[in-house]
Design a protein around this ligand. Structure first.
Ligand code: ADP
Length: 444
């Protein structure tokens, strides 16, 4: 059904109004037509009622069309406006359009066809303008919302940043506390260990069997506590970036044999066989021997701790000329794949309960992980629950040093020739700062 248009004709000339009415009727426009004779009546009609289009005579008795259009616009009355101009008014058309008229038409051209066409066009233009204004308004609102959201996000970001600073500071204080406490506790612990060892020496004096047993327990517990303290101290140093590797040239086979010998009694106490298989054409490496030993002792102590029966074996191989793999395998309880990632995080253990069967700080693997990274190596873990685990570390035979300005000196050790060369890949700035001054980069 065609919509009924509400049309207002504003003209003081009765004949002209009739011409418009007739033309629209002839054009078959379905409408409700109202007519007024001057500007003030037009204003009150438009204030009190809504219209789909207004045909406005430019020359009204009380005001001209331009003044009326300006009044309508300042009253926020939005309606399609077609100004009907007389002969000679064409000059003013541009002004009318600028002021807000939708269209204009010379009275001499008023006929059914033209008027219907102008009417349709004016309504279409007006609706498009309204639509655009609505979209613009929505865009403005969305923009304001976005600005508000942005401000909220910015203030949240600032809060998070502040929290971050606080967390970092808390973490720094925690590390400092750990470092200070473990350092302070180490001194009396060393005294306890030292004096227990003196008490156990035969030349110090004969102890009863019971006394010997008690002193041995003090010594063993002291050593265990010292090991825990050292772990905490190492961890806090690693966290604060204060741990430095001190590379030196050493025989890897010897270091491995020493570490295994250290752990053998623990394995034997649990009736586990402990095997070592070393397959190195060249056993010389340039690395931190203390840290390599520490990594192996830690892996072995875990293997022994988490294995109830069976065996543990260490395999050492050359993967390539400058890369060595040390693997520690066990037939222990194994690790579920979902825990693979977590166990390398500090203080994380598969069993986090306080009633857990296996003691420990949960720092061992985190320390190993950091050390191996510092060495430019990687850890490979293979494990199956109830079957066993394999922790394999792959490290370069020769640690890279930060200042490689050396032009190829040659060293000799145990009959092996060691060529120094300049190469320095990815390395943290704090690594090896102690040795970088004195020891050149070695290629073994
Ligand atoms: P800790 O041994 O002090 O608990 P680690 O960081 O050395 O801490 O090891 C973290 C956890 O990884 C252990 O608590 C254990 O759950 C798991 N894990 C480590 N090594 C083994 C292993 N050989 N067999 C089974 N589980 C292991």
């Amino acid at each position: 059904m065609e919509e009924t248009l509400r049309i207002l004709v504003v003209d003081d000339d009765e004949v002209d109004r009739m011409k418009v009415r007739r033309a629209l009727t002839q054009a078959g426009v379905c409408m409700e037509l109202s007519e007024v004779g001057d500007g003030n009546d037009a204003l009150s009609a438009l204030r009190n009622s809504t219209y789909d289009c207004v045909f406005l005579d430019y020359r009204l008795p009380d005001q001209d069309g331009l003044t009326l259009i300006q009044k309508l616009r300042s009253s926020e009355i939005k309606v399609p406006l077609v100004v009907l101009t007389s002969q000679g008014d064409e000059q003013i058309a541009v002004e009318l359009m600028k002021a807000g008229a939708t269209d204009y038409l010379s009275k001499s051209r008023v006929c059914s066809e033209t008027l219907a066409q102008v009417l349709r066009h004016a309504i279409r233009v007006h609706r498009a303008e309204m639509q655009t204004a609505l979209v613009n308004q929505q865009l403005r609102e969305t923009n304001e919302q976005l600005i508000r959201k942005n401000q909220e996000l910015e203030s949240q970001r600032q809060q998070i940043q502040l929290q971050n600073f606080k967390l970092l500071e808390a973490s720094r204080l925690k590390s400092q506390f750990l470092a200070t406490m473990s350092h302070e506790l180490r001194t009396p612990m060393n005294a306890i260990i030292g004096f227990s060892q003196i008490l156990l020496r035969p030349k110090f004096g004969q102890l009863t069997h019971q006394q010997t047993d008690m002193v041995e327990r003090i010594l063993n517990n002291g050593k265990h506590l010292l090991m825990l303290l050292n772990e905490v101290l190492d961890f806090s140093k690693l966290e604060g970036g204060r741990l430095e590797l001190k590379p030196e040239l050493f025989d890897l086979t010897k270091v491995i044999n020493i570490a295994v010998a250290e752990m053998r009694s623990l394995a034997e106490a649990k009736k586990l066989s402990l095997l070592v298989q070393t397959d190195l054409q060249n056993p010389l490496v340039f690395n931190d021997s203390v840290r390599v030993r520490q990594i192996l002792v830690n892996l072995l102590s875990n293997a022994i701790k988490f294995t109830e029966s069976g065996r543990i074996w260490v395999e050492v191989k050359e993967i390539s000329k400058n890369r060595i793999a040390i693997a520690v395998r066990d037939t222990g309880i194994g690790i579920a794949p979902r825990d693979f990632k977590h166990i390398f995080e500090a203080f994380r253990q598969v069993d986090q309960s306080i009633t857990r069967k296996y003691p420990g700080t949960g720092l061992g693997l985190a320390i190993i992980d950091s050390l191996v990274r510092m060495m430019g190596g990687k850890i490979i873990l293979e494990s199956q629950l109830g079957v066993g685990s394999m922790f394999k570390i792959e490290i370069p035979r020769q640690l890279s040093l930060p200042t490689a300005n050396d032009n190829g000196s040659t060293f000799h050790m145990d009959g092996h020739e060691i060529v120094c060369s300049a190469q320095n890949p990815h390395q943290s700035p704090f690594h090896f700062s102690k040795v970088s001054m004195g020891f050149p980069n070695l290629k073994l």
